[in-house]
Write a protein that binds this ligand. Sequence first.
Ligand code: GLU
Length: 445
Amino acid sequence: MSEQHRASGVAGEALAHLPPDFVVTRPRRRDLWDTVLGMLDDVAERINLDPGIHAILRQPERELTVAVPVRMDDGPIRVFTGYRIQHSSARGPCKGGIRYHPAVCPNEVRALAALMTWKCAVVGIPYGGAKGGVQCDPKQMSREEICRLTRRFTSMIMPILGPRRDIPAPDVNTDAQIMAWIADTVCMLQNVATMEIVTGKPVSLGGSQGRKEATGRGVALITTELLKRQRRRLSETTVAIQGYGNVGSAAAKILNQLGCRVVAVSDISGGLYAPGGLEINAIDRHVDSHPGRLLEGFHAPGVDRISNHELLTSKVDVLIPAALEHQIHADNAPQVQATMVVEAANGPTTPEADKVLHDRGIVVVPDILANAGGVVVSYFEWVQNMQCFFWEEAEVNRHLKRIMVQAFQRVWELSERHHVPLRLGAYMLAVGEVANAVQTRGIFP
Ligand code: GLU
């Protein structure tokens, strides 16, 4: 029985005999779409947003749901549900990742698509926002099954994709190889070389140098800027990171190189803690050789195992949630000991927790700014693809730094001017830019 059922007491018991899929009345926990709409509504009021434009931004422009049949390795066919949702194309072609996860559902994809719209606007890159996902458990699937799922899903969402329409990228549980399969599927079906249909590809197939670490590098750049504003030295800063996937591990590596002490990291297998600082290189070697790329089984002198809760509430300066949404909530927010939170994941803080953190004087750098490094380098990849001219990694990183630092400064200054938290400042900036684009283009026809 799910947590939701158990928490719902009498109603939960009465419904307990029904298979969960049939229980339509079960109390729904607040989801990420509620959170994202709540933020938009707050900002709309604050910036006096035209009610018509507010109504436009409250709904995704286009939603596609597809049934994806896959022949499993042992013979039977399974049908997975997939989504591609385009929230806004006001500022340019839609842009956003594709995730493979058991929790993928329409409201999650809607919310993540809207977050992409705001993210691209905050950093000023010429895209709208979209997101895709397939509800599946890739940890239980073979690479061949994932390949077949990817190709069939791609063929079904292809009518709404295109380098000037909608450009997918990696997200939770998807990687450069999966992007290569997406690009190859489109090229085969259209009989045209269209590698720019997707970003986050392997470098050998037109991917950009620096794209793999870009989100983590962006998180590290934003953390550095925040520490400067707080008059703190990198070398005197301790960090805890929840999630050790592509984003968390790159952030750990780069912050460690910059001189921070990364004292705690975690993933679905549990957490590691060393007050004197973890040896990130040793951890990376372990993860690289683990079949599921997990921290599980890592041992080193002076390193303790900790729980997810202990990680989120550990005594550090900077907490970096780099896993899934709504990890910091009303129950654990009062115990967070960090004085700064840098949101590497999308939507890791519930609105209730956000308020608790704010009231406790904890500075939160919102996801749409903190984790924008990934889509910024996706933009560079797309530009390089369109121009058929490729840049060196140093050039990619230089442009990434310029854009992230500028965006941080704009958000910081706007927030100070209006005496609002950074999240509200970032949303005021983003929603303002998108509203302006809608207004200026006019309503077709
Ligand atoms: N999935 C990443 C994000 O949430 C990257 C999206 C992209 O590069 O298009 O920002």
